[in-house]
Write a protein that binds this ligand. Sequence first.
Ligand code: SF4
Length: 450
Amino acid sequence: MRSGIEDSNVLQARQDGMNSQQVFTDVACTLCGCVCDDLTLTVVNNRIESTKHACEKAASWFQNVETIVDRDRQSKDFCKVRGETSSLENALELGRTLLSETHHPLVYGLSSSSTKGQGLAVKLADQFGGVVDSSASAGHTPSVVAFQRVGESTSSLGEVKSRADVVVYWGSNPVESHPRHLERYTRCGTDAASRTGVSKSFLIVVDVVETETARQADLFVKIEPGSDFEVLWALRGLIQGIELQEESCGGVSRDELVALAEKMTSCKYGALFFGMGLTQGPLSHLNVEAVLQLATDLHRHTRWVVRRMRRFGDVAGADNVLSWQTGYPFGVSLSRGFPRYQPGEFSAQHVLENREVDLCVMVGAEGVQYLSQEAVDSLSEIPTIVLKHQQTELPFTPTIEIAVQMYGVQSAGTAYRMDDTPIPLRSILQSDLPTDVEILDELLASSTRE
Ligand code: SF4
């Protein structure tokens, strides 16, 4: 079974047998939220031999991918029940029994799945009256709360690449977290000459430490830890024409702030990207609200957009699918037969810590590392069904653990880039592992709630 986009050259190479060299062009990488889709991969004997256009992080990841994925159903790690090797049939049988007994399950993860798998994960939570949440709840909950309160000024990364003459990274270090973000979208200079009269955008970094991105910036504004809100509020005032009385704010002198405000108001098109540095702490949604309102203030002078830096490859896809199907991006309870959204109440961490769920189905294990110890302890106390491709060491022994194909490497699918643009994923390596879609289909088809 194969779906998605495969060009005829690649299909021909497949038909020639596994010993032939296959060159895949325009491959998408899902290692981070950039989802760069211009990679060239050379595959020999079903192994990735070399990569082109991949950042260092992605190159070593692709070349070691066989150590990350379980290659076939003969592997002893393919399917396990309570830590012991099992047949898939036994595991599915047990999975159906667990689902038939559950009263309030949690379906969690979703960021390494694809559109169809994410849709089925929501369906599973709906069918069994549970909670569905993605790993987004561990990172950008404050951002979503802020978007819902004040709205957002948004654009595609393509628009930023073509139009932005000033770019700000606030609380984000993309040189390390999203290595090709600058090269592909903000410092490439494409189209900028015709649109703005400059070949490259003016790069500003606002952060609490001098990061590698800050070292490459045209202007680095170092602020005191925990002072993002004050600095943003002072900037808002300056942009609205209000004079700043204090000599400095959040460790930044008045002159620096005035210069920053002037740079931001005098550009033709500005883009601000914020990262996890802005979304930490108990009232961090106020930081994000401030940055969104800053963009609104700037619109009196010029065009500005604000975007989040997303960590995981398809965390934006999980947001999109959940929003289509339930109206909300994460932290959704379907226990009453209709969607209820409450990030503080229905996020995986909270329902686990409060011992509110009696089964957890994890579609991808990437979110586990962000759960609190108490939530992880809870996962050890309830039955768990884990579909995963990473060799992530789980901090608990799942009741059922099944290795599934990795989207964009072993199976085709769709991932959403950090700007919510859907990117097709291709199958590069052959595998006889099931996809998460196949497993979820099996569980859904033959399970009924008692
Ligand atoms: S920047 Fe991110 S998506 Fe692009 S190649 Fe590197 S790891 Fe992959």
